[in-house]
Write a protein that binds this ligand. Sequence first.
Ligand code: MCA
Ligand code: AMP
Length: 503
Amino acid sequence: MANPLYDGLFGVHAGKTTPFLRLVDGQIITHQDFLGTSAQIANVTAQIGLQPGDRVAVQVQKSPEALALYAACAQAGLVFLPLNTAYTVDELTYFIENSGAALIVCDAASEAKLTPVAAQLGARVETLNADGSGTLMDQAAAMPTGFATVDRGGDDLAAFLYTSGTTGRSKGAMLTQDNLLSNARTLVQEWRFTERDVLIHALPIFHTHGLFVATNVSLAAGSSMIFMPKFDQDAIVQAMPNATSMMGVPTFYTRLLDDDRFTRDLTAHMRLFVSGSAPLLAETHVQFEERTGHRILERYGMTETNMNTSNPYDGERRAGTVGMPLPGVELRICDADGTPLEQGEIGEIEVRGPNVFKGYWKMPEKTAAELRDNGFFITGDLGRIDEDGYVHIVGRNKDLIISGGYNIYPKEIELVLDDQPGVLESAVIGVPHPDFGETVLGVIVAENGKTPDTDAMMEAVRQSLARFKHPRQLVVVEELPRNTMGKVQKNILRDEYRGLFAS
Ligand code: MCA
Ligand code: AMP
Protein backbone atom coordinates (compact mmCIF):
# COMPACT_ATOMS: atom_id res chain seq x y z
CA MET A 1 0.00 0.00 0.00
CA ALA A 2 0.96 3.56 -0.44
CA ASN A 3 -0.72 6.89 -0.73
CA PRO A 4 -0.87 7.79 -4.44
CA LEU A 5 -1.93 11.41 -4.02
CA TYR A 6 0.61 12.27 -1.35
CA ASP A 7 3.40 10.25 -2.99
CA GLY A 8 2.63 11.60 -6.48
CA LEU A 9 2.27 15.27 -5.68
CA PHE A 10 4.20 15.89 -2.49
CA GLY A 11 6.41 12.97 -1.39
CA VAL A 12 8.07 12.90 -4.79
CA HIS A 13 9.77 16.19 -3.89
CA ALA A 14 11.23 15.01 -0.56
CA GLY A 15 14.68 16.41 0.02
CA LYS A 16 14.53 18.94 -2.82
CA THR A 17 15.93 22.31 -1.87
CA THR A 18 14.62 23.95 -5.02
CA PRO A 19 11.92 26.68 -4.77
CA PHE A 20 8.31 25.63 -4.54
CA LEU A 21 6.63 28.87 -3.40
CA ARG A 22 7.92 32.32 -4.26
CA LEU A 23 6.12 34.86 -2.11
CA VAL A 24 5.55 38.48 -3.09
CA ASP A 25 7.84 39.73 -0.30
CA GLY A 26 10.71 37.82 -1.91
CA GLN A 27 10.68 34.91 0.54
CA ILE A 28 11.23 31.49 -1.00
CA ILE A 29 9.85 28.27 0.41
CA THR A 30 11.61 25.17 -0.88
CA HIS A 31 9.90 21.84 -1.43
CA GLN A 32 11.75 20.47 1.58
CA ASP A 33 10.64 23.33 3.84
CA PHE A 34 7.08 22.97 2.65
CA LEU A 35 7.04 19.21 3.27
CA GLY A 36 8.52 19.77 6.74
CA THR A 37 5.69 22.16 7.61
CA SER A 38 3.02 19.87 6.22
CA ALA A 39 4.44 16.91 8.19
CA GLN A 40 4.33 19.03 11.35
CA ILE A 41 0.65 19.78 10.70
CA ALA A 42 -0.02 16.08 9.97
CA ASN A 43 1.49 15.30 13.38
CA VAL A 44 -0.92 17.77 14.99
CA THR A 45 -3.91 16.09 13.34
CA ALA A 46 -2.71 12.69 14.60
CA GLN A 47 -2.11 14.02 18.08
CA ILE A 48 -5.62 15.40 18.37
CA GLY A 49 -6.94 12.01 17.37
CA LEU A 50 -8.11 12.44 13.80
CA GLN A 51 -8.55 9.17 11.91
CA PRO A 52 -8.08 8.53 8.18
CA GLY A 53 -11.29 9.47 6.35
CA ASP A 54 -12.19 12.22 8.84
CA ARG A 55 -13.20 15.52 7.25
CA VAL A 56 -11.24 18.70 7.92
CA ALA A 57 -13.26 21.84 7.14
CA VAL A 58 -11.00 24.77 6.33
CA GLN A 59 -11.99 28.42 5.96
CA VAL A 60 -8.76 30.40 6.00
CA GLN A 61 -7.02 33.09 4.00
CA LYS A 62 -4.59 31.98 1.32
CA SER A 63 -1.13 31.37 2.76
CA PRO A 64 1.72 28.84 2.45
CA GLU A 65 0.53 27.28 5.72
CA ALA A 66 -2.99 26.86 4.29
CA LEU A 67 -1.48 24.98 1.37
CA ALA A 68 0.63 22.90 3.77
CA LEU A 69 -2.60 21.95 5.55
CA TYR A 70 -3.87 20.51 2.26
CA ALA A 71 -0.67 18.46 1.94
CA ALA A 72 -0.96 17.37 5.58
CA CYS A 73 -4.49 16.08 5.00
CA ALA A 74 -3.24 14.07 2.02
CA GLN A 75 -0.40 12.63 4.07
CA ALA A 76 -2.62 11.76 7.04
CA GLY A 77 -5.39 10.32 4.84
CA LEU A 78 -7.88 13.02 5.87
CA VAL A 79 -10.53 14.49 3.62
CA PHE A 80 -9.72 18.15 2.86
CA LEU A 81 -12.77 20.41 2.71
CA PRO A 82 -11.82 23.95 1.68
CA LEU A 83 -14.43 26.69 2.04
CA ASN A 84 -14.73 30.11 0.40
CA THR A 85 -13.51 32.81 2.78
CA ALA A 86 -16.60 34.87 1.89
CA TYR A 87 -19.07 32.36 3.36
CA THR A 88 -21.18 33.57 6.28
CA VAL A 89 -21.62 31.60 9.50
CA ASP A 90 -25.06 30.45 8.25
CA GLU A 91 -23.48 28.98 5.15
CA LEU A 92 -20.57 27.45 7.07
CA THR A 93 -22.87 25.83 9.60
CA TYR A 94 -24.52 23.83 6.85
CA PHE A 95 -21.21 22.65 5.36
CA ILE A 96 -19.81 21.68 8.73
CA GLU A 97 -22.93 19.83 9.82
CA ASN A 98 -23.47 18.13 6.50
CA SER A 99 -19.90 16.90 6.21
CA GLY A 100 -19.66 15.89 9.87
CA ALA A 101 -16.23 17.53 10.01
CA ALA A 102 -14.05 16.39 12.90
CA LEU A 103 -11.80 19.44 12.73
CA ILE A 104 -12.55 23.02 11.72
CA VAL A 105 -9.65 25.28 10.87
CA CYS A 106 -10.58 28.96 10.64
CA ASP A 107 -9.25 32.46 11.03
CA ALA A 108 -9.11 33.64 14.66
CA ALA A 109 -11.71 36.26 13.73
CA SER A 110 -14.29 33.49 13.08
CA GLU A 111 -13.40 31.30 16.05
CA ALA A 112 -16.02 32.64 18.46
CA LYS A 113 -18.81 32.21 15.92
CA LEU A 114 -17.81 28.72 14.85
CA THR A 115 -17.06 27.28 18.29
CA PRO A 116 -20.76 26.68 19.17
CA VAL A 117 -21.31 25.03 15.78
CA ALA A 118 -18.31 22.78 16.39
CA ALA A 119 -19.40 22.01 19.96
CA GLN A 120 -22.74 20.64 18.73
CA LEU A 121 -20.91 18.21 16.50
CA GLY A 122 -18.14 17.33 18.90
CA ALA A 123 -15.67 18.82 16.42
CA ARG A 124 -12.51 20.63 17.34
CA VAL A 125 -11.58 24.16 16.25
CA GLU A 126 -8.05 25.34 15.49
CA THR A 127 -7.10 28.72 14.10
CA LEU A 128 -4.87 29.66 11.19
CA ASN A 129 -4.52 33.32 10.25
CA ALA A 130 -3.35 34.91 7.01
CA ASP A 131 0.13 35.51 8.49
CA GLY A 132 0.50 31.85 9.49
CA SER A 133 -0.14 32.51 13.18
CA GLY A 134 -2.80 30.73 15.25
CA THR A 135 -3.26 27.62 17.34
CA LEU A 136 -2.65 25.19 14.50
CA MET A 137 0.85 26.43 13.74
CA ASP A 138 1.63 26.99 17.43
CA GLN A 139 1.19 23.26 17.98
CA ALA A 140 2.87 22.37 14.69
CA ALA A 141 6.01 24.26 15.64
CA ALA A 142 6.72 21.74 18.40
CA MET A 143 6.24 18.71 16.13
CA PRO A 144 8.78 16.70 14.15
CA THR A 145 9.22 17.56 10.48
CA GLY A 146 8.67 13.95 9.47
CA PHE A 147 5.41 11.97 9.46
CA ALA A 148 4.74 8.35 8.52
CA THR A 149 2.47 8.72 5.50
CA VAL A 150 -0.88 6.98 6.03
CA ASP A 151 -1.67 4.26 3.49
CA ARG A 152 -4.55 5.11 1.18
CA GLY A 153 -5.83 3.68 -2.08
CA GLY A 154 -6.56 5.59 -5.26
CA ASP A 155 -10.30 5.16 -4.68
CA ASP A 156 -10.19 6.67 -1.19
CA LEU A 157 -11.62 10.13 -0.68
CA ALA A 158 -9.16 13.01 -0.78
CA ALA A 159 -11.43 16.07 -0.79
CA PHE A 160 -14.97 17.36 -0.59
CA LEU A 161 -15.92 20.46 -2.50
CA TYR A 162 -19.39 21.83 -1.94
CA THR A 163 -21.34 22.88 -4.98
CA SER A 164 -24.86 24.22 -4.97
CA GLY A 165 -27.74 22.98 -7.01
CA THR A 166 -31.02 24.09 -8.46
CA THR A 167 -32.77 23.28 -5.19
CA GLY A 168 -30.46 25.70 -3.40
CA ARG A 169 -29.00 23.00 -1.13
CA SER A 170 -25.28 22.48 -1.46
CA LYS A 171 -23.92 19.04 -2.21
CA GLY A 172 -20.53 17.74 -1.14
CA ALA A 173 -18.78 16.42 -4.24
CA MET A 174 -16.58 13.50 -3.15
CA LEU A 175 -13.27 13.51 -5.00
CA THR A 176 -10.91 10.57 -4.78
CA GLN A 177 -7.14 10.47 -4.80
CA ASP A 178 -7.22 9.08 -8.35
CA ASN A 179 -9.61 11.79 -9.56
CA LEU A 180 -7.16 14.49 -8.53
CA LEU A 181 -3.92 12.77 -9.42
CA SER A 182 -4.96 11.49 -12.85
CA ASN A 183 -6.25 14.92 -13.87
CA ALA A 184 -3.12 16.72 -12.67
CA ARG A 185 -0.87 14.32 -14.59
CA THR A 186 -2.93 14.65 -17.75
CA LEU A 187 -2.80 18.44 -17.58
CA VAL A 188 0.98 18.42 -17.03
CA GLN A 189 1.33 16.50 -20.30
CA GLU A 190 -1.24 18.50 -22.22
CA TRP A 191 0.06 21.90 -21.14
CA ARG A 192 3.76 20.86 -21.12
CA PHE A 193 4.51 21.82 -17.52
CA THR A 194 8.06 21.07 -16.33
CA GLU A 195 10.36 21.84 -13.41
CA ARG A 196 11.39 25.00 -15.25
CA ASP A 197 7.92 26.52 -15.06
CA VAL A 198 7.12 29.41 -12.77
CA LEU A 199 3.35 29.85 -12.46
CA ILE A 200 1.67 33.08 -11.34
CA HIS A 201 -0.81 31.83 -8.73
CA ALA A 202 -3.33 34.58 -7.94
CA LEU A 203 -6.46 32.41 -7.65
CA PRO A 204 -8.08 31.43 -4.37
CA ILE A 205 -7.14 27.96 -3.09
CA PHE A 206 -10.61 26.92 -1.93
CA HIS A 207 -11.91 25.96 -5.40
CA THR A 208 -10.96 23.52 -8.12
CA HIS A 209 -9.19 26.07 -10.32
CA GLY A 210 -6.65 27.37 -7.81
CA LEU A 211 -6.18 24.13 -5.85
CA PHE A 212 -6.66 21.11 -8.08
CA VAL A 213 -5.62 22.69 -11.37
CA ALA A 214 -3.01 25.38 -10.67
CA THR A 215 -1.47 23.88 -7.53
CA ASN A 216 -1.71 20.19 -8.38
CA VAL A 217 -0.31 20.73 -11.86
CA SER A 218 2.63 22.67 -10.43
CA LEU A 219 3.24 19.93 -7.87
CA ALA A 220 2.92 17.10 -10.37
CA ALA A 221 5.43 18.82 -12.66
CA GLY A 222 7.77 20.04 -9.92
CA SER A 223 7.25 23.64 -11.04
CA SER A 224 7.34 26.60 -8.70
CA MET A 225 4.59 29.14 -8.09
CA ILE A 226 4.66 32.88 -7.49
CA PHE A 227 2.11 32.59 -4.72
CA MET A 228 0.01 35.73 -4.28
CA PRO A 229 -2.57 36.20 -1.52
CA LYS A 230 -5.13 37.27 -4.13
CA PHE A 231 -5.50 38.82 -7.57
CA ASP A 232 -3.48 42.03 -7.46
CA GLN A 233 -2.83 43.70 -10.77
CA ASP A 234 0.34 45.51 -9.65
CA ALA A 235 1.82 42.33 -8.22
CA ILE A 236 1.02 40.42 -11.41
CA VAL A 237 2.59 43.06 -13.62
CA GLN A 238 5.67 42.98 -11.43
CA ALA A 239 5.89 39.18 -11.43
CA MET A 240 5.30 38.58 -15.11
CA PRO A 241 8.88 39.03 -16.39
CA ASN A 242 9.98 36.24 -14.02
CA ALA A 243 7.12 33.86 -14.76
CA THR A 244 6.36 31.39 -17.53
CA SER A 245 2.66 30.75 -17.05
CA MET A 246 -0.56 31.94 -15.45
CA MET A 247 -3.99 30.46 -14.86
CA GLY A 248 -6.99 32.70 -14.34
CA VAL A 249 -10.69 33.33 -14.74
CA PRO A 250 -11.75 35.62 -17.62
CA THR A 251 -11.95 38.64 -15.26
CA PHE A 252 -8.15 38.33 -14.78
CA TYR A 253 -7.65 38.76 -18.51
CA THR A 254 -10.14 41.60 -19.04
CA ARG A 255 -8.60 43.47 -16.11
CA LEU A 256 -5.07 43.01 -17.51
CA LEU A 257 -6.23 44.21 -20.92
CA ASP A 258 -7.43 47.41 -19.25
CA ASP A 259 -3.90 48.04 -17.97
CA ASP A 260 -1.48 49.91 -20.25
CA ARG A 261 1.51 48.26 -18.57
CA PHE A 262 0.33 44.92 -19.94
CA THR A 263 2.25 44.73 -23.20
CA ARG A 264 3.99 42.32 -25.56
CA ASP A 265 7.29 43.11 -23.84
CA LEU A 266 5.93 42.43 -20.38
CA THR A 267 4.72 38.98 -21.45
CA ALA A 268 7.80 38.06 -23.51
CA HIS A 269 9.00 35.50 -20.93
CA MET A 270 5.58 33.83 -20.65
CA ARG A 271 4.80 30.63 -22.53
CA LEU A 272 1.20 29.94 -21.44
CA PHE A 273 -1.96 31.73 -20.29
CA VAL A 274 -4.85 29.43 -19.32
CA SER A 275 -8.44 30.57 -18.82
CA GLY A 276 -11.40 28.74 -17.34
CA SER A 277 -14.26 28.61 -14.81
CA ALA A 278 -16.42 30.89 -16.96
CA PRO A 279 -16.79 31.62 -20.67
CA LEU A 280 -13.99 33.69 -22.16
CA LEU A 281 -15.46 36.10 -24.68
CA ALA A 282 -14.07 35.53 -28.19
CA GLU A 283 -13.43 39.29 -28.21
CA THR A 284 -11.13 38.98 -25.15
CA HIS A 285 -9.27 36.17 -26.86
CA VAL A 286 -8.69 38.28 -29.96
CA GLN A 287 -7.71 41.44 -28.06
CA PHE A 288 -5.30 39.43 -25.93
CA GLU A 289 -3.50 38.06 -28.96
CA GLU A 290 -3.33 41.48 -30.58
CA ARG A 291 -1.84 42.97 -27.44
CA THR A 292 0.60 40.25 -26.41
CA GLY A 293 1.04 37.82 -29.29
CA HIS A 294 -0.16 34.99 -26.99
CA ARG A 295 -3.30 32.99 -27.61
CA ILE A 296 -5.10 32.20 -24.35
CA LEU A 297 -5.67 28.48 -23.88
CA GLU A 298 -9.26 27.95 -22.73
CA ARG A 299 -10.33 24.78 -20.95
CA TYR A 300 -13.53 23.51 -19.33
CA GLY A 301 -14.12 21.79 -16.04
CA MET A 302 -16.42 21.36 -13.09
CA THR A 303 -16.14 20.78 -9.37
CA GLU A 304 -17.43 17.22 -9.86
CA THR A 305 -15.06 16.38 -12.70
CA ASN A 306 -12.01 18.58 -12.49
CA MET A 307 -10.95 19.32 -16.06
CA ASN A 308 -12.79 17.75 -19.00
CA THR A 309 -11.58 19.50 -22.14
CA SER A 310 -8.78 21.75 -23.24
CA ASN A 311 -7.77 23.64 -26.32
CA PRO A 312 -4.57 22.19 -27.75
CA TYR A 313 -1.14 23.36 -26.66
CA ASP A 314 0.34 23.01 -30.13
CA GLY A 315 -2.66 23.10 -32.44
CA GLU A 316 -5.18 25.87 -33.01
CA ARG A 317 -6.61 27.44 -29.84
CA ARG A 318 -10.04 28.24 -31.13
CA ALA A 319 -11.75 31.29 -29.61
CA GLY A 320 -15.23 30.65 -28.24
CA THR A 321 -14.55 26.92 -27.77
CA VAL A 322 -13.24 24.88 -24.87
CA GLY A 323 -11.20 22.55 -27.07
CA MET A 324 -11.30 18.76 -27.13
CA PRO A 325 -11.84 16.13 -24.43
CA LEU A 326 -8.65 15.45 -22.48
CA PRO A 327 -6.98 12.06 -22.96
CA GLY A 328 -8.94 9.46 -21.00
CA VAL A 329 -12.06 11.64 -20.81
CA GLU A 330 -15.10 10.67 -22.89
CA LEU A 331 -17.46 13.51 -23.74
CA ARG A 332 -20.78 13.10 -25.50
CA ILE A 333 -23.70 15.32 -26.42
CA CYS A 334 -27.01 13.76 -25.43
CA ASP A 335 -30.73 14.32 -25.17
CA ALA A 336 -32.42 14.38 -21.77
CA ASP A 337 -32.57 10.56 -21.69
CA GLY A 338 -28.86 10.17 -22.27
CA THR A 339 -29.16 9.13 -25.91
CA PRO A 340 -26.20 10.49 -27.89
CA LEU A 341 -27.16 13.00 -30.59
CA GLU A 342 -25.87 13.34 -34.14
CA GLN A 343 -22.54 15.10 -34.67
CA GLY A 344 -23.00 18.88 -34.60
CA GLU A 345 -26.31 18.84 -32.75
CA ILE A 346 -26.81 20.83 -29.55
CA GLY A 347 -27.55 18.85 -26.40
CA GLU A 348 -26.50 18.19 -22.85
CA ILE A 349 -22.79 17.57 -22.24
CA GLU A 350 -22.04 14.31 -20.42
CA VAL A 351 -18.57 13.17 -19.37
CA ARG A 352 -16.97 9.96 -18.14
CA GLY A 353 -13.42 9.21 -17.10
CA PRO A 354 -10.97 8.84 -14.22
CA ASN A 355 -11.60 12.50 -13.38
CA VAL A 356 -15.29 12.02 -12.56
CA PHE A 357 -16.18 12.15 -8.86
CA LYS A 358 -17.64 9.36 -6.75
CA GLY A 359 -20.94 11.03 -5.92
CA TYR A 360 -22.44 13.52 -3.47
CA TRP A 361 -21.80 12.91 0.21
CA LYS A 362 -24.83 11.30 1.83
CA MET A 363 -27.10 12.25 -1.08
CA PRO A 364 -27.66 9.03 -3.04
CA GLU A 365 -30.73 10.36 -4.87
CA LYS A 366 -28.88 13.41 -6.11
CA THR A 367 -25.94 11.24 -7.13
CA ALA A 368 -28.28 8.91 -9.04
CA ALA A 369 -29.94 11.89 -10.76
CA GLU A 370 -26.66 13.24 -12.13
CA LEU A 371 -24.36 10.24 -12.43
CA ARG A 372 -25.67 7.59 -14.82
CA ASP A 373 -25.25 3.86 -14.10
CA ASN A 374 -22.85 3.68 -17.04
CA GLY A 375 -20.56 6.26 -15.37
CA PHE A 376 -21.47 9.32 -17.46
CA PHE A 377 -21.95 12.51 -15.43
CA ILE A 378 -24.66 14.90 -16.62
CA THR A 379 -22.95 18.29 -16.48
CA GLY A 380 -25.98 20.56 -16.94
CA ASP A 381 -24.04 22.41 -19.65
CA LEU A 382 -25.39 22.59 -23.18
CA GLY A 383 -22.96 22.20 -26.03
CA ARG A 384 -22.09 20.91 -29.44
CA ILE A 385 -19.00 19.41 -31.03
CA ASP A 386 -17.93 20.99 -34.31
CA GLU A 387 -16.60 19.17 -37.37
CA ASP A 388 -13.02 19.47 -36.08
CA GLY A 389 -13.85 18.04 -32.67
CA TYR A 390 -13.86 21.30 -30.70
CA VAL A 391 -16.47 21.51 -27.96
CA HIS A 392 -18.60 24.66 -27.88
CA ILE A 393 -20.54 25.46 -24.70
CA VAL A 394 -23.68 27.19 -25.91
CA GLY A 395 -25.67 27.51 -22.71
CA ARG A 396 -26.67 25.92 -19.44
CA ASN A 397 -29.47 23.56 -18.59
CA LYS A 398 -29.06 24.61 -14.97
CA ASP A 399 -30.03 27.85 -13.33
CA LEU A 400 -26.57 29.18 -12.59
CA ILE A 401 -24.85 32.57 -12.59
CA ILE A 402 -21.04 32.80 -12.88
CA SER A 403 -19.70 36.07 -11.49
CA GLY A 404 -15.94 36.60 -11.72
CA GLY A 405 -15.52 32.80 -11.76
CA TYR A 406 -17.66 32.20 -8.66
CA ASN A 407 -20.79 30.12 -9.13
CA ILE A 408 -24.02 31.45 -7.75
CA TYR A 409 -27.22 29.43 -7.68
CA PRO A 410 -30.23 31.80 -7.94
CA LYS A 411 -32.45 29.48 -5.89
CA GLU A 412 -30.33 30.12 -2.80
CA ILE A 413 -30.93 33.89 -3.06
CA GLU A 414 -34.59 33.51 -4.03
CA LEU A 415 -35.22 31.50 -0.87
CA VAL A 416 -33.93 34.39 1.25
CA LEU A 417 -35.82 37.07 -0.71
CA ASP A 418 -39.09 35.12 -0.72
CA ASP A 419 -38.90 34.93 3.06
CA GLN A 420 -38.93 38.71 3.52
CA PRO A 421 -42.04 40.61 4.62
CA GLY A 422 -44.08 42.05 1.76
CA VAL A 423 -42.55 39.77 -0.88
CA LEU A 424 -44.86 37.57 -2.89
CA GLU A 425 -42.13 36.00 -5.00
CA SER A 426 -38.78 36.70 -6.58
CA ALA A 427 -36.64 35.69 -9.53
CA VAL A 428 -32.88 36.04 -9.44
CA ILE A 429 -31.06 36.26 -12.77
CA GLY A 430 -27.57 36.87 -14.12
CA VAL A 431 -27.06 39.91 -16.36
CA PRO A 432 -23.94 40.90 -18.31
CA HIS A 433 -21.31 42.81 -16.35
CA PRO A 434 -18.12 44.30 -17.82
CA ASP A 435 -15.82 43.16 -14.99
CA PHE A 436 -17.40 39.99 -13.60
CA GLY A 437 -18.89 38.65 -16.86
CA GLU A 438 -22.26 38.27 -15.18
CA THR A 439 -23.71 39.84 -12.08
CA VAL A 440 -26.76 39.17 -9.91
CA LEU A 441 -30.08 40.97 -10.29
CA GLY A 442 -33.08 40.33 -8.02
CA VAL A 443 -36.55 40.84 -9.49
CA ILE A 444 -39.24 41.14 -6.81
CA VAL A 445 -43.03 40.96 -6.86
CA ALA A 446 -44.69 42.58 -3.84
CA GLU A 447 -47.62 41.11 -1.94
CA ASN A 448 -50.89 42.80 -2.76
CA GLY A 449 -50.91 46.41 -1.62
CA LYS A 450 -47.51 46.20 0.10
CA THR A 451 -44.31 48.10 -0.63
CA PRO A 452 -41.33 45.88 0.03
CA ASP A 453 -38.44 47.42 1.95
CA THR A 454 -35.53 46.66 -0.39
CA ASP A 455 -32.95 47.92 2.13
CA ALA A 456 -34.22 45.43 4.71
CA MET A 457 -34.16 42.73 2.07
CA MET A 458 -30.53 43.46 1.23
CA GLU A 459 -29.69 43.34 4.93
CA ALA A 460 -31.30 39.90 5.21
CA VAL A 461 -29.24 38.74 2.24
CA ARG A 462 -26.08 40.13 3.85
CA GLN A 463 -26.80 38.21 7.04
CA SER A 464 -27.10 34.85 5.36
CA LEU A 465 -25.15 34.84 2.10
CA ALA A 466 -21.57 35.50 1.01
CA ARG A 467 -20.85 38.94 -0.47
CA PHE A 468 -20.29 37.70 -4.02
CA LYS A 469 -23.85 36.30 -4.11
CA HIS A 470 -25.53 39.60 -3.18
CA PRO A 471 -27.77 41.09 -5.85
CA ARG A 472 -26.19 44.20 -7.27
CA GLN A 473 -29.68 45.63 -7.52
CA LEU A 474 -33.29 44.73 -6.66
CA VAL A 475 -36.09 45.78 -8.99
CA VAL A 476 -39.76 45.59 -8.09
CA VAL A 477 -42.19 44.52 -10.84
CA GLU A 478 -45.94 43.89 -11.03
CA GLU A 479 -45.58 40.23 -12.00
CA LEU A 480 -43.06 37.74 -13.37
CA PRO A 481 -43.36 36.51 -16.96
CA ARG A 482 -44.56 32.88 -17.05
CA ASN A 483 -45.09 30.28 -19.74
CA THR A 484 -48.30 28.31 -20.15
CA MET A 485 -47.05 25.75 -17.62
CA GLY A 486 -46.68 28.56 -15.05
CA LYS A 487 -42.87 28.43 -15.08
CA VAL A 488 -41.06 31.76 -14.68
CA GLN A 489 -39.44 32.73 -17.99
CA LYS A 490 -36.06 33.95 -16.84
CA ASN A 491 -34.89 34.35 -20.43
CA ILE A 492 -37.43 37.16 -20.88
CA LEU A 493 -36.17 38.87 -17.71
CA ARG A 494 -32.56 38.43 -18.83
CA ASP A 495 -33.38 40.08 -22.17
CA GLU A 496 -35.20 42.93 -20.48
CA TYR A 497 -32.38 43.75 -18.07
CA ARG A 498 -29.34 42.79 -20.15
CA GLY A 499 -28.24 46.42 -20.59
CA LEU A 500 -28.51 47.37 -16.90
CA PHE A 501 -24.80 47.15 -16.07
CA ALA A 502 -23.31 47.16 -19.58
CA SER A 503 -20.30 49.45 -19.78
C1 MCA B 1 -15.19 39.83 -5.30
N1 MCA B 1 -16.41 40.38 -5.21
C2 MCA B 1 -17.21 39.77 -6.08
C3 MCA B 1 -16.43 38.78 -6.69
N2 MCA B 1 -15.18 38.85 -6.19
N3 MCA B 1 -18.50 39.96 -6.39
C4 MCA B 1 -19.04 39.17 -7.31
N4 MCA B 1 -18.33 38.19 -7.96
C5 MCA B 1 -17.03 37.98 -7.66
N5 MCA B 1 -16.33 37.04 -8.28
C6 MCA B 1 -16.88 41.49 -4.40
C7 MCA B 1 -15.91 41.89 -3.33
O1 MCA B 1 -16.27 41.25 -2.12
C8 MCA B 1 -16.08 43.40 -3.29
O2 MCA B 1 -17.19 43.71 -2.51
C9 MCA B 1 -16.43 43.78 -4.68
O3 MCA B 1 -16.98 42.59 -5.27
C10 MCA B 1 -15.27 44.23 -5.53
O4 MCA B 1 -14.16 43.46 -5.22
P1 MCA B 1 -12.81 43.52 -6.05
O5 MCA B 1 -11.75 44.00 -5.16
O6 MCA B 1 -13.01 44.18 -7.36
O7 MCA B 1 -12.68 41.98 -6.34
P2 MCA B 1 -11.43 41.15 -6.18
O8 MCA B 1 -11.11 40.90 -4.76
O9 MCA B 1 -10.37 41.74 -7.05
O10 MCA B 1 -11.93 39.74 -6.76
C11 MCA B 1 -12.33 39.60 -8.08
C12 MCA B 1 -11.70 38.31 -8.62
C13 MCA B 1 -12.09 37.19 -7.63
C14 MCA B 1 -10.23 38.44 -8.69
C15 MCA B 1 -12.28 38.05 -9.99
O11 MCA B 1 -13.51 37.09 -7.53
C16 MCA B 1 -11.49 35.87 -7.99
O12 MCA B 1 -10.36 35.57 -7.66
N6 MCA B 1 -12.26 35.01 -8.70
C17 MCA B 1 -11.82 33.68 -9.02
C18 MCA B 1 -12.83 32.69 -8.59
C19 MCA B 1 -12.37 31.25 -8.83
O13 MCA B 1 -11.28 30.86 -8.46
N7 MCA B 1 -13.19 30.46 -9.47
C20 MCA B 1 -12.89 29.11 -9.77
C21 MCA B 1 -13.96 28.19 -9.30
P3 MCA B 1 -17.23 45.04 -1.66
O14 MCA B 1 -17.09 46.16 -2.63
O15 MCA B 1 -18.54 45.00 -0.97
O16 MCA B 1 -16.05 44.94 -0.72
S1 MCA B 1 -13.55 26.52 -9.81
C22 MCA B 1 -14.48 26.36 -11.21
O17 MCA B 1 -15.24 27.20 -11.54
C23 MCA B 1 -14.37 25.23 -12.16
C24 MCA B 1 -14.29 23.88 -11.65
C25 MCA B 1 -13.32 25.50 -13.22
O18 MCA B 1 -13.59 25.17 -14.37
O19 MCA B 1 -12.30 26.10 -12.87
P1 AMP C 1 -18.33 24.70 -10.69
O1 AMP C 1 -18.23 23.26 -10.78
O2 AMP C 1 -19.47 25.05 -9.81
O3 AMP C 1 -17.11 25.40 -10.29
O4 AMP C 1 -18.68 25.28 -12.12
C1 AMP C 1 -18.56 24.55 -13.28
C2 AMP C 1 -19.29 25.26 -14.38
O5 AMP C 1 -18.53 26.39 -14.81
C3 AMP C 1 -19.43 24.40 -15.60
O6 AMP C 1 -20.50 23.48 -15.50
C4 AMP C 1 -19.63 25.45 -16.68
O7 AMP C 1 -20.98 25.87 -16.71
C5 AMP C 1 -18.74 26.58 -16.19
N1 AMP C 1 -17.43 26.62 -16.88
C6 AMP C 1 -16.23 26.19 -16.47
N2 AMP C 1 -15.27 26.44 -17.41
C7 AMP C 1 -15.92 27.04 -18.43
C8 AMP C 1 -15.52 27.56 -19.68
N3 AMP C 1 -14.25 27.54 -20.07
N4 AMP C 1 -16.46 28.10 -20.48
C9 AMP C 1 -17.75 28.15 -20.10
N5 AMP C 1 -18.19 27.70 -18.92
C10 AMP C 1 -17.29 27.16 -18.10
